[in-house]
Design a protein around this ligand. Sequence first.
Ligand code: 4AZ
Length: 255
Amino acid sequence: MFKLVILVSAVTCALAAVVPEDPSPQIEGRIVGGNEGNINQYPYLVSVQRNGTHICGGSIYSNKIIVTAAHCLQNVWTNELRVRAGSSTWNSGGILYYVYSYRNHEDYNPTTMENDVAVILLSTILSFSTTIAKIDLTYYGPLNGATGTVIGWGTTSFNGSISDHLRYTAVTIISPTQCGSSAYRYGSTIKSNMFCASAEGKDACQKDSGGPLIYNNFLIGIVSWGYGCAYSGYPGVYTDVAQMRSWIMKNAITV
Ligand code: 4AZ
């Protein structure tokens, strides 16, 4: 009997070592786990809005082009869309722009989330200022272990409410190879044109989608998807801007 107890506990221990713990949401959050910021620190950040409500983030690429995620713009009419630039709050301040047209990546795949990128052409030229400015696209792919910053008005917990005021948090970049490895729980769902980023209790969340992940003052990632927000073993997943660079540049002039 004693031997059996020892055997059973040894097996249980061995299992606990290989079976990952249950994913559990971090208790508190903003973006999730971030801080309130000011638009003059992130003047390239915009709120993409549909019928008067914030749906996604975006980044200013030029004086008339916004880069966002394709999953933000599924079955949307341009006349429903607005872009607020130059404000720390999504619902007031800055300038609200009309949208002339937009284009989702032709190979955006809603099942795998590959190529989750889109460009929006504004109806009028952005007036650049200390609170409205462009950000350059990265030339280089994500550097595993580097620290980036993600910014947005998204929910402060999974299925929570969005934030009136923009929030930011630092996250550590994880290469797609690393993110798809057994160190995390996504496996082969992480494709080579995505990468991940995480920090304990910190993450992008719903309606941060489309918004920027910044490294060294370059746009390196577009908030795309994730299992929950700040769940252990499930980093936020981003579109790799370096691999979308030529698509964005080309479509910015033809959209
Ligand atoms: C979403 O549903 C979503 N934690 C975006 C980002 C993340 C999770 C979900 C990353 O739009």
